[in-house]
Design a protein around this ligand. Structure first.
Ligand code: AHG
Ligand code: MN
Ligand code: MN
Ligand code: MN
Length: 326
């Protein structure tokens, strides 16, 4: 059990190898920078559209663009990366040989960006693969199942700036102390409750959902047949915020496939895998409707997948509905 004023840096360097710690410290630098920019956005007129659209066809907001540039620069200058995949860039970035390291980083520089203008919590999501050192990097090095990730995490920019991270040995949460400029260990060894009292889904898409299972699950949440209390609906529309609440309080987050998005909306590498990795490390589960999310083998860097993740027993329920449907 961690006691006292354990800062992120001390905690991480003690727990990880030099190269990896240097990479993580550059990711933390990026988070601190974006946290400051997000907090100032309203005053610095950083909100509002940047006038371009990204590979996802989404209008890019200034903070999306700024966050992407900050993380690309921080990751390249760490000298520990070789391939970078960002939601905001159509192609992967191959780091020049002089600055190349052995890690591939997949990231969503600003998740939940449709919520920027109204001040709802948004965040950065990161997943990290290690590649065979010294071999020229190729795109297949990032098209690996999520179970091969060596670390994953997110930073939530909201009432507090919270970094939640796993390096494969459980999940820890760190909160930024602005007066120190350091992330302090505030949530050691996070474990998600085995069952939750809430479900989190955009029910506005229900008409288009691609199967009965999710509708049956949501009906069970609203009108339980076993005398248990109905679950609460909690949906923010910012994955980092919805997943953070689910991780701490328990519950179930789902973004099913639907007629508009036949593979679902959320991106496999830097949303589905990273959040599924954290869920499993915290004792929860993550399921795609067909398989364990971390077993998925992506073929394209911006591939999407349906995702059902959260408390272990809650995910078991939807898996049972899919199994029954055969
Ligand atoms: P991003 O802002 O990085 O493009 O991600 C938005 C995602 C995710 O944050 C959230 O869970 C989901 O979009 C919400 O989608 P709907 O508005 O369709 O519910
Ligand atoms: Mn986006
Ligand atoms: Mn996102
Ligand atoms: Mn994004």
């Amino acid at each position: 059990m961690e006691f006292g004023l354990v800062m992120y840096t001390a905690h991480t360097i003690r727990k990880s190898r030099g190269d990896f710690a240097i990479l993580l410290s550059h990711i933390v630098l990026g988070c601190k920078f974006v946290c400051t920019a997000v907090n100032k956005a309203g005053l610095a007129k950083l909100i509002g559209l940047a006038g371009e659209t990204n590979v996802q066809g989404e209008e890019q907001k200034k903070l999306d663009v700024l966050s992407n540039e900050v993380f690309i620069k921080a990751l390249v200058s760490s000298g520990r990366t070789c391939i970078l995949v960002s939601e905001e860039d159509e192609e992967a970035t191959f780091v020049e040989p002089a600055l190349r390291g052995k890690y591939c980083v997949v990231f969503d520089p600003l998740d939940g960006s449709s919520n920027i203008d109204c001040g709802v919590s948004i965040g950065t999501i990161v997943g990290i693969y290690a590649v065979k050192d010294g071999v020229d990097p190729k795109i297949e090095d990032v098209l690996q199942p999520g179970k091969n990730m060596v670390a994953a995490g997110y930073c939530k920019y909201g009432s507090s700036c919270t970094l939640v991270l796993s390096t494969g040995k459980g999940v820890n949460g760190f909160t930024l102390d602005p007066s120190l400029g350091e992330f302090i260990l505030t949530h050691p060894d996070i474990k998600i409750p085995i069952k939750g009292k809430s479900y989190s889904v955009n029910e506005g898409n229900a008409e288009n959902w691609d199967g009965q299972q999710q509708s049956m699950y949501v009906e069970k949440c609203k009108y339980p047949q076993d005398g248990s209390p109905a679950k609460s609906l909690r949906y923010i529309g910012s994955m980092v915020a919805d997943v953070h609440r689910t991780l701490l309080y328990g519950g179930f987050f789902l973004y099913p496939a639907d007629k508009k998005s036949p593979n679902g909306k959320l991106r496999v590498l830097y949303e589905v895998f990273a959040m599924s990795y954290l869920m499993e490390q915290a004792g929860g589960q993550a399921f795609t409707g067909k398989q364990r999310a971390l077993d998925l083998l992506p073929t394209k860097i911006h591939e999407r997948s349906p995702i059902f993740l959260g408390s272990y027993d809650d995910v078991e329920e939807i898996k049972a509905l899919y199994a029954a449907e055969g």
